[in-house]
Design a protein around this ligand. Structure first.
Ligand code: PXL
Length: 278
């Protein structure tokens, strides 16, 4: 028997199960990779105190990583919510020492419910330490905008230019996700030479909690399975588009995407790919 590729997520725990570590592990399972996790913080709002981000000690983060490396080993990795400069510095050091082939950095900053998932003073550390180590970074428009010193991104042309300019931060590939623009959901990938766009139809739903987490987790899983970056993004985009199509909610809250959707119901929408040489 051939063992599945080993993929780790280093991210926050999202108690509701739609985002963060929980979304990542569900995605890993759907794509048949062996999932592991390092929890950086626990997100869950206390009904009385209103506190939403409960941090963990650096020692706890290092301990989780060391255990997974010793028991299993790592082929691919994604980072999600890291919250502080200290955590980013720690994660960068751990990754460097472990010599990991595929590294997806999802520069998570703000949650769907407006939770602050990255402190302001952590952005420099993200740019200087972690992003240059990445095989691919996957910012959405607000994140790309922050990484480009608050440049507005208001059109598909802006989106493409953002991917090209963010390449200067040192990641091998940049994927800027245009889901927040109007019209079809277009994402722009730049690898230093070719700009590729991936287009899915706009799906009318509010139930997209954890979509970004799941998308980057799918990219990490597919890279670890040996797909090229372009192909990993293509298949991950298809996976998340189908998961969004079948998104749902148990309550009045914004609900999760449905990770099992592609497996259960097949591909809901084809993804259109266009390439531009730069
Ligand atoms: O969707 C962004 C996100 C990432 N990570 C954690 C979260 C959220 C959104 O709530 O809770 C842990």
């Amino acid at each position: 028997m051939e063992y599945p590729a080993r993929v780790m997520t280093i991210a926050g725990s999202a108690a509701g199960g739609s985002a963060g570590i929980q979304a990542d592990l569900k995605t890993f399972q759907e794509l048949d990779v062996y999932g592991m996790s390092v929890v950086t913080a626990i997100v869950g709002r206390h009904p009385k105190t209103n506190k939403n981000v409960h941090t963990l000690d650096i020692e706890a983060i290092e301990a989780q990583f060391a255990t997974a490396v010793k028991q299993v080993g790592i082929d691919g990795l994604k980072t999600g919510m890291l919250f502080s400069k200290e955590v980013i510095d720690t994660v960068a050091t751990l990754i460097e020492e472990a010599d990991i082939k595929h590294i997806v950095v999802d520069p998570v900053m703000i949650g769907k419910m407006n939770s602050k998932l990255l402190k302001d003073d952590a952005i420099a550390a993200l740019k200087e330490k972690l992003i240059p180590m990445a095989s691919i970074i996957t910012p959405n428009i607000p994140e790309a905008s922050v990484l480009l010193d608050d440049r507005p991104i208001e059109s598909v042309e802006d989106l493409k230019q953002a991917a090209i300019d963010l390449y200067n931060l040192g990641a091998k590939n940049v994927l800027v996700k245009g889901g927040r623009l109007e019209g079809p959901a277009i994402d722009a990938l730049f690898d230093g030479k070719t700009l590729t766009t991936f287009k899915a139809p706009r799906i009318q739903t509010v139930n997209t909690s954890g979509a970004g987490c799941s998308y980057s987790a799918a990219i990490a899983a597919l890279l670890a399975k040996g797909h090229s970056v372009q192909d990993a993004v293509y298949e991950a985009k298809r996976f998340i588009t189908t998961a969004i199509e079948y998104g749902f909610s148990y309550t009045e809250s914004v609900g999760p995407t449905y990770h099992a959707a592609e497996r259960k119901y097949g591909v809901a929408h084809e993804i259109e790919v266009e390439e531009f040489n730069k």
